[in-house]
Design a protein around this ligand. Structure first.
Ligand SMILES: CC(C)(COP(=O)(O)OP(=O)(O)OC[C@H]1O[C@@H](n2cnc3c(N)ncnc32)[C@H](O)[C@@H]1OP(=O)(O)O)[C@@H](O)C(=O)NCCC(=O)NCCS
Length: 155
C-alpha cells in the first residue's frame, strides 16, 4: 500500500514552498480557510521563517512517492492537545488523500506528541470535510454562527 510521508515546512525546497503557496491560494482551498485572502510569496516565506521560532505550531507538506498530495498543521500545541488543519492538493481531491493525511496526523499526534485530544474548526458549509471528520471519530462539541468545533479523543 502507498504510504504518505511528511516534511516540516522549515525543511522544504524552494520548489515545494512555491507548490504549497499555489495550493493555498487556489480558490477551492482558500474558500475554506479562515484567512481567505491571497497570500504573497514574501508573506509565505516570512511565515515559514517564523515557524522555526514558534514551538506551538508545526506545519507539514505531505507527499506520496515524492508527489505532493497536501498539507496539515498542528497549532496551539500544548501538553495534552493541539488544534489541527488539513488541505489536499486541489488537483487530487476525492482520491482518499484526506483520509490518509488524517490517519497520519492522528498517529503523529499520538506517538510523537503524546496528545490526548485533537481539536479543529470547520465551516458549516464544508460537508466533505465534516463527513471525513465524523467518519474518523471526531465529534461536534460546540458551534458558532458559521463554524462547528469538533474534537477527537486520542486515548
Ligand atoms: C476536505 C478535504 C481535506 C478532504 O480530502 P479529500 O482527499 O478530498 O477526501 P477523501 O478522498 O479522503 O474522501 C474523504 C471522504 O469524503 C468523501 N468525499 C470526497 N470528495 C467528495 C465530494 N466532492 N462530495 C462528496 N463526498 C466526497 C469521500 O467519499 C470520503 O468519504 P467515504 O470514506 O465515506 O467514501 C479536501 O477536500 C480539501 O482539501 N478541501 C479544501 C480544504 C478544506 O476544506 N480543508 C478542511 C478545512 S476544516
Amino acid at each position: 500500500m502507498n504510504m504518505v510521508e511528511a516534511i516540516n515546512f522549515v525543511s522544504l525546497s524552494s520548489h515545494q514552498i512555491e507548490e504549497v503557496l499555489f495550493w493555498r491560494n487556489h480558490p477551492i482551498i482558500q474558500k475554506y480557510m479562515r484567512n481567505d485572502k491571497e497570500i504573497l510569496l514574501s508573506e509565505h516565506l516570512r511565515f515559514i521563517e517564523n515557524l522555526s521560532k514558534d514551538p506551538s505550531k508545526r506545519y507539514f507538506y505531505v507527499h506520496e512517492n515524492h508527489l505532493g498530495v497536501g498539507t496539515f498543521n498542528l497549532t496551539h500545541i500544548e501538553n495534552d492537545s493541539a488544534e489541527m488543519g488539513i488541505y489536499v492538493n486541489p488537483f487530487m481531491h476525492g482520491k482518499g488523500y484526506g483520509k490518509k493525511i488524517l490517519d497520519y496526523i492522528v498517529n503523529y499526534a499520538t506517538v510523537e506528541l503524546n496528545l490526548k485530544t485533537l481539536y479543529l474548526e470547520v465551516y458549516r458549509d464544508n460537508p466533505v470535510a465534516i463527513h471525513l471528520y465524523e467518519k474518523n471519530k471526531f465529534y461536534k462539541y460546540d458551534a458558532t454562527e458559521d463554524m462547528f468545533k469538533m474534537k477527537r479523543d486520542l486515548k
